[in-house]
Write a protein that binds this ligand. Structure first.
Ligand code: MCN
Ligand code: MOS
Length: 735
């Protein structure tokens, strides 16, 4: 049983299996879940960014109609800290003391019969503060500066020596604004206590972690907690951590001994579930006249919240991208009185790629060289840090196919030389080397007497298509038609799964499904190992293939029998097997485990009189290894391209420099791209199955985003001669 037997299903762009449930409203998102007697929660947030609570008056709120409880730091129980995860520690537990760390921190919880009663009562809670001066700016020395917070700073060769020997040195500072994830589905937690048994429905990207965290925080045995996340209305990284509101919902339910539903408001989504931190990045880059890179230095500072940690390596990206002998990367975090930053689609990569790929473009002009040629000149044939061959890399093909589809050869390199009527036309490009994220995962596979397969894992589908691609993969691996396999997820009682994050779920889960299905077939073969009635007796799993509901000899497909026949003969209702996947070890396999690669080409039109900027077309060519579902993977790249356009032109979370309040925490004020902002988006997949794991996939959930901002900025320079080094690129910068 190997992956060298492709069926027509896998790879095909089959429609989402959960599509009909979603469009008919039958799919229950956490906000759709309702238990009899559900009560509702409203949250009160601090109106200062730093200081202490000096007094709280909840009397009026407690007297309001329908109010069941008001919880503040004064009556909240002390909670244990959550666990450290592979993304860092759980955010600090809420309402454990009187300290205010940021504007928008939860200071009171109102529980009432009805949502409107809770909301009305929340407005009457009076909180008095002893305010201190908040630290709010990334360059404010009053904020603690953490050096090398991820332990990932790197030094290769001798950067100063490389720069000294370079014919051309480019040095510049790039800045990127804070952005807010803003999934459409407002995060909701439904919590129910029955005796000492806790059930939670949550908008999370990581069911297993919410499960473990709630057990630890509330001091419960693991089997006393069950977490569901069957449908999640998007996350883009904001559902990777167990945020304070989840803890407060559970606490509220325990306090009133009734089911509780808590749905964040849109403004609360700006302060309570993370955001992409703003950055300042310094790049020094030097090259020989022929374009050979001699040195790259990348120093990045990003913001961080008080008492929190956020794993977001930035500069590190520059160490693995190009063949360059001398590279230094430095990451720093400045602690401020701001809501906690967290992962947002392509965390770190999005910001770092903007700096590096802009710097390369600037260098190309200094060298008088085509920007694409400069990238190709410094192509990393082997992993530049580890010296190992890549498990797969088709970045060269991304560049050449992209250039061809885009018509890069038509580009007149002179600035401002291309026009469309009154509009200046610019062509820009960028490359992306995306890191691989793979962590252990488990799945369970069964085949029943009715001949259907059932595969499951505690994973989540946040809108990506996990249900669909895992059903496709299970069908292929079990040799069953697509509609005879069910894949289920989003339940912490199922085998442990990692986060839908780091573009890593498909690989981790897919390989766990592979292991589970293979183990299941082995179990069938075990059953018939000495069965003289079975044509499969004595076969190992490597001797056989599957298809049409049967296991058969690889060498002679006529020799075989159906799952149902075997189960019948042995009087079994079903067989079940577990599978685990673990990340491949580069040393063991002798390869650098590659993530996705991509080349982005962008055309911009700029109206020099009005400062208007339009993006009529984007070409993204992506190497994602084996693509499980062409349609869904394409949607991933299109969606991320839209996110990239937001990053480039529109999105900016504005914090008031005096109060620390997020000033634009609504969809009216926080701009995201709409249909009219997005032109033609051409997506192509190239490459071959990745060699590091049996299923051969690489992640594609994020790679569509980085590179867009740099390609836009580079195109703007080509069109106008203006070099914009800060995101978002706004109209005023173009006038
Ligand atoms: N896929 C595929 N073939 C591959 C890899 C992926 O067909 N070789 C498709 C599948 O449909 C799969 C999807 O792409 O479900 C994403 O797979 P993967 O790259 O493994 O990413 P994850 O499953 O880990 O999903 C998380 C990723 C991240 S990190 C963010 S952020 C993000 C993203 O996915 N958030 C999203 N895409 C999103 N899409 C939607 N609709 N909503 C979000 O919040
Ligand atoms: Mo993605 S930001 O890793 O959920």
């Amino acid at each position: 049983m190997t992956m060298t037997e492709p069926t027509t299903v896998v790879g095909a762009g089959v429609d989402r299996v959960d599509g009909p449930l979603k469009v008919t409203g039958a799919a229950a998102y956490p906000s759709d879940v309702s238990y009899p007697g559900t009560t509702h929660v409203a949250l009160v947030r601090s109106t200062i960014a730093a200081g202490r609570i000096s007094a709280v008056d909840t009397a009026a709120a407690e007297a309001m109609p329908g109010v069941l409880a008001v919880i503040t730091h004064r009556n909240a129980p002390r909670l244990a800290d959550g666990p450290a995860t592979n993304l860092g520690p759980t955010p600090p537990m809420p309402m454990q003391d009187d300290r205010i760390r940021y504007h928008g921190q939860y200071v009171a919880v109102v529980v009432a019969e009805k949502a409107y009663q809770a909301a009305a009562a929340a407005r009457t809670v009076v909180v008095a503060y002893d305010r201190t001066e908040p630290v709010l700016a990334i360059d404010d020395p009053a904020g603690e500066l953490r050096e090398n917070p991820f332990g990932m700073d790197s030094d290769r060769g001798d950067v100063e020596g490389g720069l000294a020997g370079a014919d051309v040195v480019h040095e510049a500072t790039y800045t990127t604004a804070a952005n807010t994830n803003n999934p459409l589905g407002l995060f909701t937690t439904v919590a129910v206590w029955e005796d000492e048994q806790l059930t939670v429905h949550d908008s999370t990207q990581w069911t297993s972690n919410t499960h473990v965290t709630l057990a630890q925080v509330f001091g419960l045995p693991q089997d006393a907690v069950r977490v569901y996340a069957k449908y999640v209305g998007g996350g883009f990284g904001s559902g990777l951590r167990v945020w304070p509101h989840v803890i407060l919902a559970v606490l509220a339910a325990r306090t009133v001994r009734r089911p509780v539903k808590l749905t964040l408001t849109r403004p609360q989504m700006f302060t309570g579930v993370g955001h992409r931190p703003d950055t300042v990045q310094r790049i020094r880059i030097g090259a020989r006249r022929d374009g050979t890179l001699l040195a790259i230095e990348h120093q990045a500072t990003q913001t961080l919240s008080v008492d929190d940690e956020n794993l977001e390596p930035l500069a590190m990206a520059s160490a693995g991208a190009y063949a360059c002998a001398n590279v230094t990367t430095r990451d720093r975090q400045r602690r401020l009185n701001i809501p906690a930053p967290g992962s947002m689609r392509a965390p770190g990569e999005a910001q770092a790629n903007f700096a590096l790929e802009s710097a390369l473009d600037e260098l190309s002009y200094r060298l008088g060289m085509d920007p694409l040629d400069l990238r190709l000149r410094n192509y990393a044939e082997v992993h530049p840090q580890f010296g190992l061959p890549w498990s797969s890399k088709a970045l060269r093909e991304c560049y050449t196919v992209g250039a061809q589809r885009f018509g890069w050869a038509r580009r007149d390199p002179r600035i401002g030389a291309m026009r469309d009527g009154g509009w200046l036309v610019g062509y820009g490009m960028a490359g992306v080397t995306y890191p691989r994220w793979q962590v252990p995962c488990q799945a369970r596979a069964s085949i029943g007497r009715d001949g259907t397969g059932y595969v499951r894992s505690a994973a989540t589908d946040i809108g990506t298509g996990t249900y669909t691609v895992m059903q496709q993969l299970s069908a292929e691996l079990l040799g069953l038609p697509l509609d005879q396999v069910r894949f289920d997820l989003g339940d912490s009682d199922m085998p442990m799964s990692p986060q839908a994050g780091g573009s890593g779920l498909t690989g981790a889960l897919g390989n766990a499904v592979y292991a589970g299905c293979r183990e299941l077939i082995r179990k069938f073969l075990d059953l018939v190992a000495t069965d003289i009635r079975s044509p499969l007796r004595g076969c190992t799993v490597d001797d056989v293939a599957v298809g049409g509901g049967r296991i058969y000899h690889r060498a002679d497909p006529r020799q075989g029998e159906g799952y149902v026949t075997i189960l019948d003969r042995h009087g079994l209702d079903e067989l079940t097997a577990d599978g685990t996947s673990t990340p491949p070890d580069p040393q063991e396999i002798g390869m650098a485990t590659a993530g996705a690669f991509a080349a982005k080409f962008v055309e911009v039109h700029v109206d020099p009189d009005l400062g208007l900027l339009r993006i009529p077309r984007v070409v993204s060519v992506v190497d994602g290894g084996r693509i499980l579902n062409e349609k869904l993977a394409r949607s991933q790249i299109i969606g991320a391209t839209v996110g990239g356009i937001g990053h480039a032109l529109l999105e900016e979370t504005v914090t008031d420099p005096r109060t620390g309040r997020v000033d634009n925490a609504t969809f009216g004020d926080y701009l995201v791209p709409v249909n009219a902002d997005v032109g033609e988006v051409d997506v192509v997949f190239v490459g071959a199955p990745d060699r590091a794991t049996p299923i051969g996939t690489k992640g594609v959930g994020e790679v569509g985003l980085p590179g867009i901002a740099a390609a836009v900025a580079n195109a703007v320079h080509h069109a106008t001669g203006r070099r914009i080094r800060s995101l978002p690129i706004t109209l005023d910068q173009l006038l």
